[in-house]
Every structure is written in structure tokens, then in C-alpha cells.
Design a protein around this ligand. Sequence first.
Ligand SMILES: [Zn+2]
Length: 291
Amino acid sequence: MMGGAVKTLSVGLLAVALAAMALSAPAVAAEKMLPIFDTHVHYSREAWESYSPRVILDKLTAAGVARALVSSTPDDGTLKLYREDKERIVPILRPYRGRVDIGWFRDRGVIDYVAGRLGRGVYRGIGEFHLLYESDARTPEIRRLIRMAVARDIILHVHSGARPLRALFAIEPKLKILWAHAGMAAPPGMIRRLLERYPQLWTELSFRAEDIVPDGRLDPAWRQLFLDHPGRFMVGTDTYINGRWEIYSGLVEEHRRWLALLPRKVAKAIAHGNAVKLFGAGGRGGVWISP
Ligand SMILES: [Zn+2]
């Protein structure tokens, strides 16, 4: 995630309130919660210097998160977590070696690094990475990245607007893309057009809860979008700073609140079923997602 400070703040405050509520209701056992497959987790240097892998896995368990798609800056954090719990952690390879690297898509060294790292054979995707402009998606380096993803049949986890997304699919329609934050600012109509145009596109809804449930009521356009395309959405928390780990349960609960307003079958698909189809079943800590 980049930018969106105001939005981040208000989502953060809501999450703090929700986390406080969750703490005051210990009777809510983890196994009674709708299991979540969190498709947007980071365990970057700041996080691993503060929380051991065991602490992070306990946070997932407490929040009823059965599996998680994890990427980190640098990538070592992802492998630390994966080594600790291979049933639960789905590693995604982030191309940023030091910090979020805004020119990475023109850097051959980055793509060589990605190619070398993919050789480990544990990664189910490449990302989350950022593409600001359409032209960012058309570099020779990105074309090479796309070829690697298709050859290995792994996803790209892309944080971008609609234009770079279209550019990626124009280069290779066989690509599988998980669109971070469903484009962050993209309205439901735009998301619908993209989903209908690109059958290999899935979206992940971190940072979108306040668009989906403004004033606590499910927005009618979002609701219809979920009902029409129940197989194309997933939830995520985006723990890009430690503050997000501090309110992790609240961020997950924020999703459960709007999922509860949907038909159960649709809610389960979005909460975990769609991610299980792409990344497989698994789990730990009293939470298990069956295929
Ligand atoms: Zn992120």
C-alpha cells in the first residue's frame, strides 16, 4: 500500500474500536469465526524486528485466519514465516530488496533477482508490487517478469490503477492477476467492467471496507457486484506497517462485519473459498479450511 493517509487513518480508528470490542468478548472462540484466508500480508523488516514468526502466527490464529498470502520487504521475512508454518503461509515473492522500490520495473538487476529467487520453487506468486503508470507495465523487464509468471503458472499481486492492469493483460492474456485493494480507488462499476473483460483477474479488498459499508450499510453497487461475481473477490489486511499488526484482529473483523451482510455462500467464497481454489487448502491453530 502507498499513500491514502486519510483513508488509512479512518480505517485504522475503526479497526482499533473493533479490536477493543473483540478483546472484550473472549467468549467468541476462534473456531466459531468465519475462517479467513488473508490474501494481503506483509512481514517486512520493521515487523520481523518487533515480532517473532511465532507471535505473528499467534495473531493469525487469534483472528481466525487459516491461511495467508505473505510478501515482504525484503523477501527474507516471508521465508522466516513460511519456515515456521508451511501449512498456513503461502509465499509471494516481492521484487523489492531493500525498501519499496519505485523504479524497479526498469531495473534488470531486480528481474534477475526475482528469477534467481523463484528457483527455490516455494513461491505461488510475484508481488505485491506497484505500477503507477501504463508505461511502467510495458518495459522489457516487466515482459520478462510476465513470462516467468506464466511459465510457472503463478499469480502477479499488483497494486495499480486500471490502466497498468489493462496493459499487463494486453501483453499476456493468460496472466493471472490478483489486483491489490481492487484498485484502491476504483468504483464498483469499473471493477465490474474489468472482471467481465479479464477472466483471469481476481481482486483483494484490503482498505476497501469503508467503501463497501459506508455508514455500516452494505453499498448496493458493491453488493450486486459480489452477487454477480462471487468467485472473484478475496479479503486482505495489508500489514505494511507495524501499526497494522497491532490492530490485526480488528482489521480481520472489519471484513467479517460486511461479509455477514451477504448470503452465507457468497461470504464463505470471499472469506476463503476463492483463495483456496487458487492457492490450496490448509491451516493451523484450530482453524482449518477444507477444499
Ligand atoms: Zn501491501
